[in-house]
Design a protein around this ligand. Structure first.
Ligand code: FES
Ligand SMILES: [Fe+2]
Length: 273
């Protein structure tokens, strides 16, 4: 008998969700123990998280679901077992204490992984089981939609870093100042790197759109007073100093200089990169 169904004698099994994901099992494990992304990538489901302990084994954290209420939080623990290719998320405290979500992962190809997710919720009688099971399946479908975008985006960046590209330091002419201003924020790619050009504090400035944390897409961030925020884990960067202002010892990659010629043409100069 499968171990999770033995558990059903104690906590009722209310439903299963399964999905083939276009990512490697390695990306999936990385995502699974990544507690920091919950209130950022999954901001419509989670408002805040405070991690008590974390490691390659998983994490234990206090989580505030949406809508945010300071007094409404749960403590969850996620334990990853790579040998058994599964992880168990348990609610240890707060509403739903005793709930367990068991996920098994099956690697179908290098970048194809099947996940089978079983939901166990205490105190649910026969009639409510399927409603609660559907609620969880719907919730997980939405969370995996967001996770797939992040995992695939990260894989794309890792592939492009691994592929490497020939350095091209020729200046890149973007057009007239008026034209460039009308297209801001302007995203420009050169040799596998991408930069975003914006106007901040009275100057045109380019910044690298690859987050130095886990390669998140910074071009998706709204610029506010010289600061951008990564949508994956919420790290914030000052585009003028390139420094992370969220306490992490990270800085944005050097970006090309934006030069305005005497003829009012705008070009990017890559010479110092
Ligand atoms: S990838 Fe983690 S904060 Fe950007
Ligand atoms: Fe996630």
């Amino acid at each position: 008998m499968r171990e999770e169904f033995r558990r059903e004698r104690i906590v009722p099994h209310v439903g299963t969700y399964h999905r083939e994901l276009p990512v490697s099992i390695e990306r999936l494990y990385e995502n699974t123990i990544d507690w920091e992304h919950l209130p950022h990538l999954h901001r419509s489901s989670f408002a805040r998280i405070e991690c008590a302990e974390s490691g390659i084994w998983g994490f234990r954290a206090r989580v505030w679901p949406q809508p945010y209420n300071e007094r409404r939080s749960i403590v969850i623990e996620l334990q990853l077992d790579r040998e058994l290719r599964r992880w168990i998320t348990s609610t240890l405290n707060g509403p739903g204490t005793g709930t367990e979500v068991w996920t098994h992962a099956f690697s179908l190809a290098e970048r194809q992984t099947l996940v089978v997710v079983d939901f166990f919720v205490p105190g649910v009688d026969g009639v409510r089981r399927s409603d609660i099971g559907s609620f969880y399946a719907h919730l997980y479908a939405g969370l995996y939609d967001e996770d797939v975008r992040m995992m695939s985006g990260r894989q794309l960046q890792l592939d492009s870093v691994r592929a490497g590209v020939a350095e091209n330091t020729e200046p890149l002419v973007l057009g007239s100042l008026a034209e460039v201003r009308s297209r801001l924020p302007l995203v420009v790619s050169r040799g596998g790197r991408t930069f975003c050009i914006v106007e901040s504090r009275g100057e045109l400035i380019a910044y690298s759109t690859i987050c130095p944390h886990l390669l998140g897409p910074l071009e998706q961030s709204k610029l506010q007073d010289g600061i951008i925020e990564c949508p994956w884990h919420g790290y914030r960067y000052n585009i003028h100093t390139r420094q992370c202002v969220s306490g992490a010892n990270l800085s944005l990659a050097i970006a090309p200089r934006v030069r305005i010629g005497t003829d009012s043409s705008v070009r990017l100069e890559f010479a110092e990169l």
